[in-house]
Ligand binder design. Structure first.
Ligand code: HEM
Length: 463
């Protein structure tokens, strides 16, 4: 480890670990693709060697990695006090979270953060889900699946991406393709890989393509906002997300159309990437576990036997899909789609005998928590039934299951995501059958991807 980097002169003790090579640090090891759901080898080897809290150096930054449930819980509770949100520079630039890209800091903080978060909660939270989104999501899922049966095969992540982008744009943002042109959702399929690629803004690179797509989408979003502002009095009936925002903009001049267009773009990204990845992994795992599919069918039969199959599912019926939700929990536990939650220490932080110096990056890794054999017996076995047992024995406290984060930065799309995933699973497993065109491949680098794609053929189930 490099002495010049370690402020040991202050007499503080840093967590164990190695800073690797000058400047590059251990970045290369961190980005080496791993092809399983197991803990990434970068983490595994370091946790074995140094314990659950260790130091490293990534993309030119000094980082402390936490894989300990209690330390992670503590850190995630310190937002605004000892830590603040921090994302990698290339990510920040593309998502547009930041006005000042130089130090990667995020300006959506404090009172603006609170306000925007409330807006997102209002739109994506339980109340609106129950009142409005549940039937809309069912329609989206039914239409998409029916459409997939007409195709020779679908690449699942791509197909889900298109489904979700079209839904978010039309139902939440009130997008009108006649007015603004087709959204070209398929161009977003590799957007996230672009975020994680080298930030070289040269024509031909993935990063350049992403920036271009971002720019054109932001322009459309800004037009949508301004058009809606102009029409507000007579169009106050849609009750969609854009209407809520535009109402709020009237009373707060910090909420400019530039800021809001960035936020909408960020929301779009947050929605499609996480959910399409989760859905793809879900189908992959179900294909390997036919007993789970049988149980999903059994649960559905029990619930719908009281009514015609064609009627939409009610909120009460939805709530009683206990096993289906256990499957989703199990996929979220094993999937770990967000490889690390990033924070920056705004003060020196004392943790046991160690100090995390001010300015350092802290990465909380949920995978280490979700794959901990002390909490989850045989953590690499896909076993949705374990959740019944876990609930009965009160094993999983909030600290041991954090797929949506924790604290002030808790994902405001958590309920929405769970409803969408549960509904999709219900419809797929009960009305459709599918076969793999070829086995899928899971690649973590460190975010999850599916290599050349996961291709399936979908057919309606003969009843
Ligand atoms: C399976 C689906 C999803 C997963 C696993 C997920 C996961 C997460 C996690 C772990 C965080 C916290 C990150 C941190 O603390 O650094 C987060 C934040 C966030 N998520 Fe999600 N998310 C999902 C879907 C969604 C959806 C559908 C939306 C759309 C509303 C959304 C919007 C957001 C936003 C706006 C934040 C930032 C919150 C803040 O900074 O306060 N997410 N998500």
């Amino acid at each position: 480890s490099h002495k010049w980097r370690n402020p040991t002169s202050k007499g503080i003790r840093l967590p164990p670990g190695s800073m690797g090579l000058p400047f590059i640090g251990e970045t290369i090891q961190f980005f080496i693709p791993s092809k399983s759901l197991d803990l990434h080898s970068f983490l595994k080897s370091r946790i074995n060697k140094y314990g659950p809290l260790f130091q490293t150096s990534l993309v030119g930054r000094s980082v402390v990695v936490s894989s300990d449930p209690d330390i992670s819980h503590f850190i995630l509770q310190q937002e605004g006090k000892l830590v603040e949100l921090w994302y990698m520079d290339s990510f920040v630039r593309l998502v547009g979270l930041s006005g000042s890209v130089k130090d990667g800091s995020c300006i959506i903080a404090g009172s603006i953060h609170k306000r925007l978060k409330k807006l997102v909660f209002d739109q994506f939270g339980p109340q609106n889900l129950k009142a409005k989104l549940l039937p809309q999501l069912q329609e989206m899922i039914n239409q998409a699946l029916l459409n997939w049966t007409t195709q020779n095969f679908v690449e699942l992540k791509h197909a889900c991406t298109v489904m979700i982008i079209n839904f978010t744009m039309s139902h939440l943002f009130g997008y009108d393709p006649v007015k603004y042109g087709e959204i070209q959702a398929e161009e977003f399929t590799h957007f996230f890989e672009g975020l994680m690629s080298l930030p070289l803004n040269i024509p031909g690179t993935t990063y350049h393509r992403c920036l271009k797509k971002q720019k054109s989408t932001l322009k459309i979003m800004k037009m949508m906002i301004e058009d809606r502002q102009a029409k507000l009095p007579e169009e106050r009936t849609r009750g969609d997300f854009l209407e809520l925002i535009v109402e709020d903009m009237k009373n707060n001049n910090l909420l400019t159309s530039d800021l809001i267009s960035y936020m909408m773009f960020g929301l779009l990204l947050a929605t499609f990437e996480t959910i399409s990845t989760t859905l793809t992994l879900t189908v992959m795992l179900l294909t390997q576990h036919p007993l789970v599919v049988q149980e999903l069918e059994r649960e559905n039969k029990e619930i719908v036997q009281k009514r015609s199959v064609e009627t939409a599912m009610t909120w009460e019926e939805f709530r009683s899909l206990t096993f289906t939700k256990q499957v989703i929990n199990e996929v979220l536990r094993m999937g770990n789609f967000v490889p690390g939650f990033l924070r920056r220490a705004i003060k020196d932080i004392q943790i046991k005998e160690y100090t995390i110096p001010e300015g350092w990056t802290i990465m909380v890794v949920p995978s280490a928590i979700h794959l901990n054999p002390e909490t989850y017996t045989d953590p690499f076995v896909f076993n949705p039934w374990r959740w019944k047992h876990l609930a009965e024995n009160n094993v999983t406290s909030a600290k041991n299951f954090i797929p949506f984060g924790e604290g002030i930065r808790l994902c405001p799309g958590a309920e929405f995501s769970k409803v969408l995933l549960t509904l999709f699973l219900n419809v797929l497993a009960t009305k459709y059958s599918w076969s793999q065109v070829k086995p899928g491949e899971i690649i973590r680098a460190p975010t999850m991807g599916f290599g050349k794609g996961y291709y399936i053929k979908v057919a309606e189930k003969s009843i």
